[in-house]
Design a protein. Structure first.
Length: 206
């Protein structure tokens, strides 16, 4: 799954994972778990994530190689946010990790900033809301556990702009890389999860 942060890659990856019966492997989820657990990798990654910068390839590749070696990945998997640059893509190729299709969700920077800066997260149960697209029933409070919602560091406006700049410089070139291999499929982002899912499934011929 390719596309800028906030394009809906994670949501569509989960839909595809359920439909295809394979796991979704997300860079963000794996690294945030490491941060939460206070592992050495997590502490190293936290500084980069807070600044909206990419976590070093050596850290990411090691985590992913370990993950895809697990039993639930034997019949396939969906990468969400991996690879993030050409070096990672080429290393995956060298490691024999075969990518069948690179699906890119296309969306403007302005729409991304609107989406991400409005996101609110519960620090206790990790439930996610949006001030415009999916607000909590009680302003600023989690519907599930009544905790005070927070704005993640990487969802703040300044950090979002930095994340987009990093995406355009480091990740967007992957589209040409996979296009040259005949593996790239693009989908224009559509507001509304159901409509976006329909477009993704049609593009993939599922």
């Amino acid at each position: 799954m390719l596309g800028p942060p906030g394009a809906g890659k994670g949501t569509q990856a989960q839909v595809l994972a359920t439909k295809l019966g394979v796991p979704t492997i997300s860079t963000g989820d794996i690294l945030r778990a490491a941060v939460k657990n206070g592992t050495s990798v997590g502490l190293e990654a936290k500084g980069y994530m807070d600044r909206g910068e990419l976590v070093p390839d050596s850290v990411v590749i090691g985590v992913f190689l370990d993950r895809v070696s697990q039993d639930d990945c034997k019949t396939g998997y969906i990468f969400d946010g991996m690879p993030r640059n050409l070096a990672q893509a080429k290393e995956l190729d060298r490691q024999g990790i075969q990518i069948d299709t690179a699906l890119s969700i296309e969306i403007s920077d302005a729409e991304i900033e609107k989406r991400l800066t409005g996101r609110r997260v519960c620090p206790d149960c990790a439930e996610t809301f949006h001030v415009e697209f999916g607000p909590p029933k009680k302003d600023g409070m989690c519907d599930r556990c009544d905790a005070v919602l927070i704005i993640r560091e990487d969802d703040k406006a300044e950090t979002v702009r930095q994340r987009l700049a990093v995406y355009h410089a480091e990740t967007e070139p992957l589209k040409d890389y996979y296009k040259s291999q005949g593996k790239l499929i693009t989908v224009e982002n559509i507001n509304g999860i159901d409509e976006a899912t329909a477009a993704v499934l049609k593009a993939l011929g599922i």
